[in-house]
Ligand binder design. Structure first.
Ligand SMILES: Nc1ncnc2c1ncn2[C@@H]1O[C@H](COP(=O)(O)OP(=O)(O)OP(=O)(O)O)[C@@H](O)[C@H]1O
Length: 595
């Protein structure tokens, strides 16, 4: 029940509908129990004595009850539908909202397919149970209560005899629940795994095909599918074991009633009408008891679904705005960034060496910082920390002198635009991709941004120009074209801080050079971070920081660094091996310095 207590916030405001759904069904059930009573009157007072006077009135009463019962069923259906759908709507919104605020570290280990199944199948399970399943369970309880009360009014010794089955049935039903719940939990997890493998296969279809790994993928899928099938077989086995037992116990009570009641009718201590009526009532009580298994099934499914959903909803949001955080106003931001003795280790990777160690950097407003280093040296980590994708372990990062942990998160990120190496494009028009997050951007501004990023020309060559719809993640465009659209998107924001994280790697040097010329104009007075493997991408930076295994090993301007022996010059030599003139000049510079 803890699960449903946890979900209470999502359905309790509709308690009126919950009440309508439960009471509607309970009233319909109670009215149903009137039938056997009418049958008793029909047999004992009309058929047996041959008295037909009240027959029409009895028939009219039966019609009235039918109409009333139908009305109650309508109330149940209407309220249950409203309750379930409004609950599902709120849960979907809350889960989606949660996904928006969860930190980067959550996504480092989250699996898309698994999250998708929580937001779809799991919510559906909860909708079904809270909307209808709960009322049906309550209805069973009402039926037992009303039914046995009415039976007691007709003949309490026979009622007591049949009542004896309830504890036995309840015991079996509870055992059934205990067995079936873990199976359902495994089924939910298996569905999640299956969805993950299908989704990853589709996302990575190019890799799968180019590595001719279809068979391997098929085998992987078969494993998941077998697991799913085996879980369902286990479920069927539990069903097969308990179902006949429940049915047997339920029907045993009917047999007992007919036997004992029959003897009493023969002896004249019970009327025939009463026996028929008691039998009808018992049949009505036993019918839902017989489906108790289904109802418990429904309950456990939705409990397992609720657990998975609550697990997502209760995920800690480790990166959030502090209370009374400073909200940055566009006009007041200078863009002065300082890293003060920053060290950082990725969450859940505590056993690994620090991704950044004792990192210091002072970035005056308007300057361009280049970050260079081998793969895994910590370059991206520097800018991720600036965006508060993660919080620093030690030290502090400040923007215009304020610790970024004291700045309102959204306003901090709004001042920053980052272009990743893997540019993500949404499956919509190029125009909307450039204007992402800026619905009010003018056509001129969009075109200007595209011109600055050297994207305008190729966009105009497409038959539909800016209205061209790009496929999922930008399929149909080259890597360089995608990067240029992503750069246009960042430039349109006119950010105070621009981060290019290896985002010109797919461009030829000439295009990159032209973009950099434009950037210099656009970013005048703003701060730019350029992460690159190519020296040509950052040679004009005001300061170049060379990283190795999380530590700064060199820093300075291009010319200074060329004159020092070290990683920068080695990289330069490797990349400019075909330009001996420049290497000679650098070497001469070095001799002058050392001499
Ligand atoms: N999300 C993450 N979770 C755990 N460890 C990470 C994560 N991202 C990076 N790392 C680790 O942190 C270290 C620094 O990674 P970072 O991405 O900053 O390197 P980089 O210099 O940008 O590399 P590249 O040039 O390949 O992009 C690496 O050892 C990397 O394995």
């Amino acid at each position: 029940m803890d699960v449903f207590r946890g979900l209470k916030a999502f359905f309790w405001q509709d308690k009126g509908f919950l009440l309508g759904s439960v009471l509607g069904l309970a009233a319909a059930t109670a009215l149903g129990l009137v039938y056997p009573l009418l049958l008793r009157v029909l047999i004992d007072d009309m058929i047996v004595p041959g008295e037909f006077d009240g027959l029409v009135a009895l028939a009219l009463l039966a019609v009235g009850i039918v109409v009333l019962k139908a009305g109650c069923q309508y109330v149940h259906g209407f309220s249950g539908g409203r309750l379930g759908n409004r609950l599902a709507y709120r849960l979907r919104n809350a889960s989606y909202e949660k996904l928006q605020v969860l930190p980067f570290s959550f996504y480092d280990s989250a699996r898309t397919g698994d999250l998708m199944s929580r937001l779809t199948a799991d919510i559906e399970g909860i909708r079904n149970f809270i909307g209808f399943g709960f009322a049906q369970l309550m209805n069973t309880a009402f039926l037992v209560l009303f039914g046995f009360t009415m039976m007691a009014i007709i003949d309490w010794p026979l009622m007591l005899m049949t009542l004896a089955i309830i504890p036995v049935l309840s015991y079996v039903a509870i055992r059934f629940e205990l067995h079936i719940h873990p199976v359902f939990r495994s089924i939910r997890a298996a569905v999640g795994r299956l969805t993950v493998s299908v989704q990853e296969n589709i996302m990575g279809v190019r890799t799968v095909k180019s590595f001719a790994s279809e068979k391997h993928e098929m085998n992987k899928f078969k494993g998941g599918n077998e697991n799913y099938r085996d879980n369902h077989l286990a479920l069927a086995a539990v069903w097969a074991k308990y179902f006949p037992v429940i049915e047997f116990i339920a029907n045993l009570s009917v047999v007992l009633l007919l036997l004992a009641g029959g003897i009493r009718v023969i002896h004249g201590s019970l009327t025939l009408g009463s026996l028929v009526s008691l039998n009808g009532m018992l049949g009505m009580i036993v019918a839902p008891l017989w489906t108790l298994g289904f109802q418990i099934n429904n309950y456990t499914q939705s409990k397992a679904a609720g657990e998975r959903l609550l697990e997502l909803l209760h995920q800690p949001v480790t990166i959030r705005s502090a209370d009374r955080a400073l909200e940055l106003k566009d006009d007041n931001v200078q863009g002065h960034v300082q890293f003060e003795d920053v060290s950082f280790r990725y969450p859940n990777h505590e056993h690994q060496p620090s991704a950044l160690l004792g990192f210091n950097l002072d970035v005056p407003p308007g300057s361009v910082i280049g970050l260079l280093g081998g793969t895994g040296s910590g370059k991206s980590t520097v800018v991720q920390l600036l965006l508060r994708a993660y919080d620093v372990g030690e030290g502090a990062i400040t923007l215009d002198g304020v610790d970024i942990r004291h700045i309102e998160l959204e306003s901090l990120r709004r001042q920053t635009a980052i272009v990743f190496q893997e540019s993500f494009l949404f499956s919509t028009t190029i125009r909307e991709n450039i204007a992402y997050g800026q619905a009010d951007a003018s056509e001129e501004a969009i075109i200007e941004a595209a011109k600055l990023s050297q994207a305008h020309e190729f966009i105009m060559e497409l038959p539909l120009g800016y209205d061209t719809i790009v496929g999922e993640r930008g399929m149909g465009l080259s890597g360089g074209q995608k990067q240029r659209i992503a750069i246009a998107r960042a430039l349109l924001l006119k950010p105070k801080i621009l981060i290019l994280d290896d985002s010109t790697s797919a461009l030829d040097m000439e295009t990159e050079h032209v973009i950099q010329q434009s950037l210099r104009k656009v970013m005048a007075g703003r701060t730019t971070f350029i992460i690159a493997h190519r020296i040509s991408s950052l040679r004009h930076a005001d300061e170049i920081v060379v990283l190795d295994r999380g530590r700064v090993v060199q820093r300075g301007k291009h010319e200074q660094l060329l004159r020092q022996p070290g990683l920068y010059r080695e990289t330069y030599r490797a990349q400019y091996a075909d330009r001996p003139d420049e290497l000679d000049a650098a070497a001469a510079g070095e001799r002058r310095v050392s001499g």
